[in-house]
Design a protein around this ligand. Structure first.
Ligand code: CU
Length: 341
């Protein structure tokens, strides 16, 4: 028996290894199939087309992406109108001073150098001025920090973002707890859909415009980071811990981000795509995923006919054949495995 135990452990490991090595595609297929088969057939709203000038990197752009949240707008204002002017003035001033000293006090022009070692006025100035500059920067900076960590109100919607090697999955605990799995689209497919390569995903996170969103981040394996440049949002996703961040999107659209913590071989291939839509479309999307709006009865096939969704427009329903309507196709396509090359 003493000899048998290690042999049994080794055998066990050998059989479990392939399963551990392939969590992505297996998890992806299982979840999406569950969500689509268990759910009543309600068409998802048509996917929004991404705009070239917002929510993604732009050609020839050298600054921060346009911001679509209040915090982002404030931060961008601070960058454009406070930090950049100050650092420009300092850089130009120091360069000019350096040029002037090198030229005016070169050996040929100034053969007998000054032996001055102290000058009280200059020393007071070069101590006080930097202190005043730092104080001027710190006031809006600390205000921004406080805004970023302000807890969201009770009307916030919670979304749980879970990092996996190497894709994201999302849970909607306020809407029935369904899960979506989001894998990067292969280049050709992204191109076909008119979306940016390395950023487009098969299943986008959908959020309503103008409603505070609380994002809880965590991870199933290693540390990832949930980052969305256009929202001024970045939060580490740590295994065994739940971190919280929040944002309120002010403009409908498609916004792209990516994992921002080195997390392994395919770290660069686990993008995040968030689609911000009107509340009524959000309700329709929730119903198409088999979820329910808070306070609403669970959506059943019988109830979807005339019943409004609590937030307006009744949903489009299937033609009775049980097949999804054509517009439902993009969002209900089963998740694909990350492209391997
Ligand atoms: Cu990652």
């Amino acid at each position: 028996m003493r000899l048998l135990t290690p042999v049994l452990i080794a055998l066990g490991l050998a059989f479990s290894a392939p399963v551990i090595a392939q969590p992505g595609p297996a998890a992806a297929t299982a979840t999406v199939t569950d969500a689509t088969t268990a759910a009543p057939v309600i068409a998802a709203p048509a996917q929004l087309k991404p705009a070239a000038d917002v929510g993604q990197p732009m050609a020839k752009s050298y600054t921060i992406q346009p911001q679509v949240t209040k915090n982002g707008e404030y931060a961008l204002w601070m960058h454009d109108w406070l930090l950049m002017p100050i650092i420009t003035v300092i850089s130009v001033f120091v360069l000019a001073l350096l040029g002037w000293v090198s030229f005016r006090y070169r050996r040929a022009a100034n053969p007998v150098p000054s032996k001055t070692t102290h000058n009280t006025l200059i020393e007071v100035v070069w101590t006080l001025v930097p202190v005043l500059i730092l104080v001027a920067i710190s006031i809006p900076s600390i205000a921004l920090l406080a805004k970023q960590y302000e807890p969201v109100g009770k009307d916030a919607i919670t979304i749980k973002a879970i990092g996996n090697q190497w894709y994201w999955s999302y849970e909607y605990p306020d809407h029935g707890g369904f899960e979506i799995v989001s894998n990067m689209l292969p280049d050709a497919e992204a191109k076909r859909r008119g979306e940016p390569r390395l950023l487009a995903v098969d299943n986008r996170v959908v959020v309503p415009v103008g409603v505070p969103i609380r994002v809880l981040t965590t991870s199933n394996d290693v540390i990832h980071s949930f980052a969305m440049p256009a929202f001024w949002t970045k939060m580490d996703a740590v295994p065994g811990r739940i971190n919280e961040t929040s944002f309120t999107v002010e403009k409908p659209g498609v916004y792209y981000g990516a994992c921002s913590e080195l997390c392994g071989a395919r770290h660069g291939f686990m993008p995040i795509a968030i689609e911000a839509v009107a509340p009524a479309q959000f309700a329709q999307w929730i119903a198409s995923k088999g979820g329910k709006m808070p306070g609403a009865k669970p959506m059943t096939a019988a109830a979807t006919g005339d019943a409004p969704l609590g937030m307006g427009v009744p949903p489009k329903v299937g033609d009775g054949s049980g097949k999804p309507m054509p517009s439902a196709t993009p969002l209900t396509t089963p998740a694909t495995a990350p492209a391997t090359k």
